[in-house]
Design a protein around this ligand. Structure first.
Ligand SMILES: *Cc1c(COP(=O)(O)O)cnc(C)c1O
Length: 415
């Protein structure tokens, strides 16, 4: 044992530092299945409180859907609990291939490879398909898992200003000497809920001979008329070279991710991507649930249509009440508060009113951009949103932020 008091003390003081800076993250324990209404123990040891959940990625309300739960049970009964192997040794079942084929069809690509998570898909994909002769050109607001995946890859790294097509074009011109160029973006950006301009990105890729990578984690299942994703919404379905996405959000919410795209690129991942080669893939119970999810959402757009209705309604309620929200069309609706402490105070008061939301501030978002990120679900009914807006208005009045824009909020609370 070499964990002397001096070493312990050093970590204790690091953790205290996080607490003092207001950056310490505390988990809240949910005692019920994930849903629109949940039972939460917070703070730890407090009695359970029934709250409306406005901060899950349960966009289609499928996390606890009876058909999905039933399919998962069947998977458990027929294919067992665990694989006890990585895919290429003896960890692949027929249902893994079935799910990959369904994802390929749904996403409009040529082939798909499952990963333990989308974080792992992003960690493995770049290294598997690019080398020193190539360049990765990423939007500056891409997800942390993409940033990490790029770090593991030997290709040159570059970035363009968020959704700035002029800047992307400059970068593409600058890198014409490289063997391959890969443009990298999220489909829907998780903090602002805005959509990548995929139509323009694809046009630039064609003009400058580049490939396009899109992480569709906050889009698969509900963005676009039939929920296929941002590429469907932007009219470039079938034109994206690499898509990564998660099963951990709209598509059942359990866990797992994939790389989907051009046949050879996916095959390179199967041969080379380290999180695929050296880690167990998604368990049979989740595979069976995910197959059911894809069947449900391929048959009808009912859930994504309800989510769209909820999103429009919730944006209207917040706007009419005088909240400063980020405009857009995705079910990620950020309520801007700018000041980190204010974001924490407002979310705490909302929790006391039975509304579960979380304040986001630096380093999760830029300094001075603190907010409460609300997220809609098809599991919400109108009455959930009516109840939630009443609480938002009550708390908004207490802090005198209704009808106030950035300047007034910052004047009052600082940054
Ligand atoms: C949530 C998310 C991930 C990670 O997904 P997991 O499957 O939970 O690892 C990756 N990329 C983006 C854009 C995400 O929003």
């Amino acid at each position: 044992m070499a964990y002397p008091t001096t070493v312990r003390q050093s970590y204790v003081s690091d953790l205290d530092g996080l607490k003092q800076a207001g950056l310490f993250k505390e988990e809240r324990f949910i005692h019920s299945p994930q849903n629109a209404d949940i039972e939460v123990e917070f703070p730890t040891g407090a009695s359970l409180q029934k709250v409306i959940n406005l901060c899950a990625n349960n966009y289609l309300g499928l996390s606890s859907h009876p058909d999905v739960v039933k399919a998962a049970h069947e998977g458990l009964d027929h294919r067992g609990y665990g694989m006890s192997s990585v895919r290429f040794i003896c960890g692949t079942q027929d249902i893994h291939r079935e799910l990959e084929n369904k994802l390929t069809e749904f996403l409009g690509t040529e082939d798909t490879l499952l990963f333990p998570s989308c974080m792992d898909a992003n960690a493995g994909v770049f290294e598997a398909v690019l080398s020193e002769q190539d360049v990765m050109i990423a939007d500056r607001l891409v997800h942390a898992s993409i940033v990490d995946g790029m770090r593991l890859c030997k290709a040159m790294q570059d970035t363009y200003k968020h959704s700035d097509m002029g800047h992307l074009e400059e970068k593409l011109q600058e890198h014409q000497d490289k063997r391959f160029r890969l443009i990298i973006t999220d489909g829907v950006f998780s903090m602002d809920g805005d959509l990548a301009k995929l139509d323009q990105i694809v046009a630039l890729a064609e003009k400058y001979n580049a490939m396009v990578f899109v992480d569709e984690s906050h889009a698969s299942g509900f963005i676009g008329k039939t929920g296929r994703g941002t590429h469907e919404h932007c009219g470039v379905y079938g034109k994206i070279d690499i898509i990564t996405t998660t099963l951990g959000k709209a598509l059942g919410g359990a866990s797992g991710g994939c790389v989907s795209g051009r046949r050879e690129l996916v095959e390179m991942c199967r041969q080379r991507a380290r999180p695929y080669l050296f880690s167990n893939t998604v368990a049979p119970v989740i595979v069976s649930g995910a197959i059911k999810v894809l069947d449900l959402i391929s048959k009808t757009t009912e859930r994504r249509d309800k989510l769209e209705w909820n999103t429009t309604y919730w944006r209207k309620l917040l706007t009419e009440a005088g909240f400063d929200i980020k405009q857009g069309e995705s079910p990620i609706v950020p309520v801007m508060l700018y000041n980190a402490k204010l974001a924490q105070d407002v979310s705490r008061d909302l929790y006391a009113e039975g509304i579960y939301v979380v304040g986001f501030f630096f380093p999760v978002v830029a300094k001075g951009q603190a907010r409460i990120r609300t997220q809609l679900s098809a599991a919400h009914d109108k009455q959930h949103l009516d109840k939630a807006i009443a609480a938002f208005i009550k708390v908004g009045k207490k802090y005198d932020i209704l009808g106030k824009g950035k300047k007034e909020i910052v004047d009052k609370y600082g940054l």
